[in-house]
Ligand binder design. Structure first.
Ligand code: 13P
Length: 337
């Protein structure tokens, strides 16, 4: 059964308003099996289904997680998986007042005719997959495509990224899922913050052009942008105030206030940096809910603390809750370190 005619109401009010609620943000725990394998290898664990299940169980069962986290993005395996004590992961999230979401893209592949850039696959069969994910309990979706500054970005790569996001967003809404629109502008490079700002303006202009052309309902989407920062290898570092100033300026110039929530990715920033930058952006009221959808900046210390040992589960969950609470305060502009 498709979500059908009630899809509009559902995405606009029920899901968007819950996810974009004060003091809460998204836990991105949708690492593909390949990426999850890299994370597990960093703590000396094999990339088995049992290890992925144990780690994801630790995350979703952290007591009180729903006080700070409003949505959790899952990889397909987790959407259909149970915790190690046999409860459906999705049910545990719902009990915690956390909306389950699903990564629906099929990953990046080389973009022929570009400057060594990539495009994001996954539109084929997306409508039927989305309907099945909805049946399984997912209420929002994520599609991550990337833009590289050192490689251009070429006009072709930007157009492809924007078009793919817009088609995905239309298909998601049609099937009752709130689409998270994520054109990640990679941190790699030695460019300064001004260059990132210029590229981000171009990318978001194009994304909204195609979202409108595809009749996507702006009230029923969430955005997952990169913060505007200097490239990772740039010698000039930016303060949280500078990051906030550039990023908010980008949002004001490109993002209509109808969009309910802006959930930033952490993109390789340290845990504390990601919190400080978010906090700086929430020092004055914004037209949108400005919050987080972090993977690494919520999980790095948690994963290390766990180390694959059952006796460390509680300590690892405590660390996750510390990061989640810090970002919750930053969403309210009240983080003091
Ligand atoms: P990071 O916060 O680690 O960048 O991951 C967020 C994410 O989901 C990337 O798509």
């Amino acid at each position: 059964i498709r979500a059908g005619s009630y899809a509009d109401e559902l995405v606009k009010t029920a899901v968007c308003k819950t996810i974009a609620s004060p003091g809460r943000g998204i836990l991105a725990m949708d690492e593909s099996n390949a990426t999850c394998g890299k994370r597990l290898a960093s703590i000396g664990l094999e990339n088995t289904e049992a290890n992925r299940q144990a780690y994801r169980t630790l995350l979703v069962t952290a007591p009180g997680l729903g006080n700070y986290i409003s949505g959790a993005i899952l990889f397909e395996e987790t959407l259909y998986q149970s915790t190690i004590d046999g409860r459906k992961m999705v049910d545990v999230l719902v009990e915690q007042n956390i909306v389950p979401g699903i990564k629906v893209d099929k990953g990046l592949v080389p973009l022929a005719g570009s400057n060594d850039e990539s495009w994001c696959q996954g539109l084929d069969g997306l409508a039927s997959r989305s309907a099945a994910y909805y049946q399984q309990g997912a209420r929002f979706a994520k599609w991550r495509t990337v833009v590289s500054i050192p490689n251009g970005p070429s006009a072709l790569a930007v157009k492809e990224a924007a078009w793919g996001l817009a088609r995905y967003a239309a298909i998601s809404q049609d099937n009752g899922l709130v689409p998270i629109v994520e054109p990640e502008i990679l941190l790699d490079g030695d460019h300064g913050i001004e260059r990132t700002f210029e590229v981000a303006k171009k990318v978001w202009a194009e994304v909204f052009f195609y979202l409108a052309e595809n009749n996507v309902m702006f009230e029923g989407i969430l955005l997952k942008p990169s913060m505007v920062t200097p490239g990772a290898e740039c010698k000039d570092k930016a303060t949280p105030q500078q990051v906030a100033e550039y990023t908010l300026s980008l949002l004001r110039q490109r993002i209509p206030p109808a969009v309910p929530g802006i959930m930033f990715l952490s993109g390789g920033q340290s845990e504390v940096e990601a919190t400080l930058n978010l906090n700086a952006m929430n020092q004055a009221p914004n037209p949108w809910h400005v919050s987080f959808s972090y993977a690494r900046a919520l999980q790095n210390t948690c994963l290390k603390t766990w180390g694959g040992r059952p006796e460390n589960v509680k300590a690892a969950q405590d660390v996750l809750l510390v990061r989640a609470k810090a970002n919750s305060l930053a969403q309210l502009g009240k983080y003091t370190g």
